[in-house]
Design a protein around this ligand. Structure first.
Ligand code: BG6
Length: 467
């Protein structure tokens, strides 16, 4: 018998900028990514989401493929500037119509939508008006945007999440500079991150005030950290890394407060986050209904006296990246016994069971969705077929890892592999493929089912028994 509950949801995920295209279509405003990706040297070989995989124009064909795959749920994001071109004020009805039609098409095929409100594409107008996430004004703006979405789509959508992976858009936007607005300014970054938590709390509050029939959650990267050795220094370094990358991001939305030790460290070093009257209560009173975990890899951590900065492997040439280090705190190091992808991500399914267990231990048995999980690879085409056996192996092992967590009592309710279809990887172009559906960029973006498509179809049909 399957270990997955009868009502377990099997789906897949995407995000607006990575699939839609139509970057100037029908009154859409510019996003921060529309600008950033057009700047020389920012992305792999200058790739951008101007056309992406043209989901904006082909969503019906795509939903038909989702239905054929047997998907019971689909996680996608709304492009804020598509429906509010200036970020606030004037609504673009054509943008609303696109999402409304997408939702109807999904429901027609019995696919339950899960909406992400923010998957990194900020209206550029708000970046220019007040510096985007750096300003408290963003909290009101985000709340207005969220309310608009609830009002227009809340009659048909009952699974929502506010944000996707704060650690990435704040970390890379304000600490490493690899994402817009390309700053290396921890003080601004920590305060911007605080505004994200406030915006989340306000949007959760509005969701409840408007009486939307459904659940609202928050999606985070889940990257468990393990020390490279048993030495007290490595274990302490690991504790700090786990504190920054996990507790800092999860505590405010699941406990309504920051981890105390790190908060004191940040305020001492940088004087932030600055709280305004009412912030603490807002966070405390608006805990999310569920947590979404995006799991790809774990990280090994070591004590660090020398390494500062990092280099990302964006080419898929094994070993071309250099792991992240914060001098005096910790560094991420390679596991000598680990198995790695071509982009140097460790493949470690056990980490997913561990990660879910760590969440339960710290926050209790909260409803959990695995909102992303997948293998980025250059899939070979053999005799006309996209043979992605490594993806099948990766997903199978991770589904088993979720099954193990469920057997241990965790309340995991759904699984959304990343991604439904091959799409734009923000910094890695189109060659880092994740989908069940291949997109032929040399042939008018024609869709083709991969080997993994038939496999996942059977997994869903058997509720996770036929792996
Ligand atoms: C997550 C994001 O970080 O990982 C996705 O939510 C992203 O948008 C995915 O595409 C995989 O990362 P990458 O860098 O391989 O595209």
């Amino acid at each position: 018998m399957s270990v997955f509950p009868k009502d377990f949801l099997w789906g897949a995920a995407t995000a607006a900028y990575q699939v839609e295209g139509g970057f100037e279509a029908d009154g859409k405003g510019a996003s921060n990514w529309d600008l950033f990706s057009h700047l020389p040297g920012t992305t792999y070989q200058g790739t951008n989401g101007d056309v992406a995989v043209d989901h904006y124009h082909r969503f019906k064909e795509d939903v038909a493929l989702m239905a054929e795959l047997g998907m019971q749920t689909y996680r996608f994001s709304i492009s804020w500037p598509r429906i509010l071109p200036q970020g606030r004020g004037q609504v673009n009805e054509a943008g609303i119509a696109f999402y409304s039609n997408l939702i109807d098409e999904l429901l027609k095929h019995n696919i339950r939508p899960m909406i992400t409100l923010y998957h990194w594409d900020l209206p550029q107008a708000l970046q220019e008006a007040f510096g985007g996430w750096e300003s408290r004004e963003i909290v009101d703006a985000f709340d207005e945007y969220a309310r608009l979405c609830y009002r227009r789509f809340g009659d048909r959508v009952d699974l929502w999440s506010t944000f996707n992976e704060t650690v990435v858009f704040i970390g890379m936007g304000y600490f490493t500079g690899a994402h817009p607005p390309s700053l290396k300014d921890p003080k601004k970054g920590i305060q911007a991150c605080h505004h994200v938590f406030l915006a989340n709390a306000r949007a959760v509050k509005s969701f409840r005030e408007l009486g939307i029939n459904g659940q609202i959650g928050f999606v985070n990267v889940m990257q468990p950290h393990d020390p490279i050795s048993d030495s007290p220094q490595d274990r302490r370094a690991c504790e700090i890394a786990e504190g920054i990358f996990t507790h800092w991001l999860y505590d405010p939305v699941l406990k309504g407060e920051y981890p105390a030790e790190l908060l004191a460290m940040a305020q001492q070093a940088f004087g932030v986050p600055q709280f305004a009257p009412g912030d603490e209560a807002l966070l405390k009173d608006n805990i999310v209904d569920f947590i979404g975990l995006n799991y790809y890899k774990r990280e090994m951590v070591a004590h660090n006296e020398d390494v500062e900065g990092y280099a990302i492997n964006t080419s898929g040439q094994k070993g071309s990246g250099r792991e992240l280090g914060f001098k005096g705190l910790f560094k991420l190091v390679r596991n000598p016994n680990g198995v790695y992808t071509d982009w140097d991500w460790e493949i470690y399914p056990q980490g997913l069971t561990d990660a879910i267990g760590r969440i339960v231990k710290r926050y209790g048995n909260i409803p959990t969705y695995i909102t992303e999980n997948g293998l980025g690879a250059k899939d070979p085409i053999v005799e006309g077929e996209v043979r992605d056996q490594p993806r099948i192996d990766y997903l199978r092992d991770h589904i088993q890892a979720i099954g193990a967590a469920i057997e241990q009592g965790a309340d995991v309710r759904g699984y959304y592999p990343w991604s439904f279809i091959d799409l734009l990887s923000w910094l890695n172009g189109y060659q880092k493929q994740y989908g069940f559906v291949y997109v032929d960029h040399a042939n008018n973006l024609a869709r083709r089912k991969k080997q993994s498509f038939g496999w996942y179809q059977r997994v869903i049909a058997s509720n996770g028994e036929r792996l």
